[in-house]
Design a protein around this ligand. Structure first.
Ligand code: CA
Length: 403
């Protein structure tokens, strides 16, 4: 567990700096200059030269890298978009067609096969977008282009580029065979090259680790990766819950995991009178859209999903699709869709104001994640508001006008 907390802190730090500066050198100069780094990371010169021979940058990278929708939209619109009736239907059918394989992987690693199917669905629409050249590109070219552009997370991008070169150097794929997203994620389940390098698995036993051509390899590799970031076999991702009247929202937040019984003793119940299983299970209370929206007790497995993609809306989408593929219905409580959501500029202003008032000491990036929500809860509590950490226009106005 400690590993995951540290790991997430590192990822968070990396993601919270989004600003990027324009490259100072031409792409060709950059390729020549980067060779030294690649060689010192153990990439043979012949391999580096072969990978970069005649390589041209991907002109679309500049446009793509600015936006990541999971950080920019209200969580419900992200979920609406990712979990449509059509995607649930096709997911159940895709799972059915590959059920034996899913169960074999699930049994081998103890990772919920429906969760793997949900990642597959959210990442590549069950493999459907893998044939679309707009989304699926040669990963080495994407990563060289990204590193050349030097966006805010350049150290992580460089690490992924080196990892992709190492995969190539091992002869596991031809240059053009490593395909994935503009950010470098590989194959069916969009596993990052560094994760694939350490956790990639030849599940189908053909002698190659292939996250693109083999669904079994892709599923097993991601299952191993999830275990590596703290996934606990046999645990659910979490539970939708109801909170009693007068509940102390200061108990929300993830700096500390507590047993389910801690929350149950304070009147937290599962929706629709469902029963908790193991009361000793360690959870945290997550209130993504305030007192008027769905609330959850989340386990370590929810945090493991965040190892896949740091955004909470992403993790919640995968978690929910997991249940929908199993036949469950939508969340019981509805989202506060009438709430006026803040735009990015307002979220930055809110962070700045909270910083000035002494409630916030992190990045001014407009990403209103757990740290910003904790700060807002502190402010709300101090000023006698319901401390649910949900940043609406009304709350924004109150904070901006407070002393
Ligand atoms: Ca294989």
């Amino acid at each position: 567990m400690r590993f995951v907390v540290v790991f997430l802190a590192v990822v968070y730090a990396a993601f919270s700096g989004v600003a990027f500066s324009a490259p100072q050198e031409s792409f060709d100069q950059f390729l020549v200059g980067f060779e030294k780094k690649a060689l010192s990371a153990g990439i043979p010169k012949t391999v580096y030269r072969a990978a970069t021979k005649g390589l041209k940058p991907d002109p679309s990278i500049k446009v793509s890298q600015g936006s990541q929708p999971e950080f920019e939209k209200p969580v419900w619109s992200y979920l609406d978009q990712r979990i449509t009736a059509d995607r649930i239907e096709r997911g159940r059918s895709a799972f059915g067609k590959n059920e034996a394989l899913f169960n074999r992987v699930g049994n081998a690693y103890g990772v919920d096969p429906y969760m793997l199917a949900a990642i597959w669905g959210v990442e590549t629409d069950y493999g459907a977008i893998m044939n679309n050249d707009r989304y699926f590109k040669p990963v080495l070219r994407s990563l060289f282009s990204l590193v050349h552009q030097r966006r805010g997370r350049v150290k992580l991008d460089e690490a992924e580029l080196i990892a992709a070169l190492q995969i190539y150097a091992r002869g596991e794929a031809p240059v053009s065979g490593l395909k994935g997203s503009w950010a470098g994620a590989l194959g069916h389940l969009q596993i990052m090259p560094s994760a694939f390098l350490t956790h990639g698995t030849d599940f189908d036993g053909d002698g190659k680790r292939d996250p693109h051509g083999s669904l079994g390899d892709a599923l097993a590799s991601s299952a191993k990766w999830l275990l590596g970031v703290g996934y606990q076999p046999g645990q659910d991702w979490g539970y939708e819950v109801d909170l009693p009247k007068g509940f102390d929202y200061m108990l929300a937040g993830r700096t500390q995991l507590r047993s389910i019984s801690f929350f149950a003793e304070r009147g937290v119940t599962r929706v629709k009178r469902r029963k908790f299983g193991d009361l000793d299970e360690q959870v945290f209370l997550y209130v993504p859209a305030g007192a008027g929206g769905p609330k959850f007790l989340m386990t370590q497995n929810y945090l493991a999903l965040k190892g896949y993609n740091f955004a909470d809306s992403y993790a919640l989408a995968v978690a929910h699709l997991t249940d929908r593929l199993k036949g469950a219905g939508p969340f019981v409580n509805s989202w506060p869709r009438q709430a006026k959501f803040l735009n990015r500029q307002q979220r930055i202003e809110l962070q700045k104001r909270m910083m000035k008032l002494g409630f916030y000491a992190d990045k001014l990036d407009g990403r209103f994640g757990p740290i910003s929500q904790d700060a807002l809860r502190q402010w709300q509590k101090r000023h006698g508001h319901l401390a649910d950490g949900f940043a609406t226009i009304g709350v924004y106005n109150s904070v901006m006008n407070s002393n």
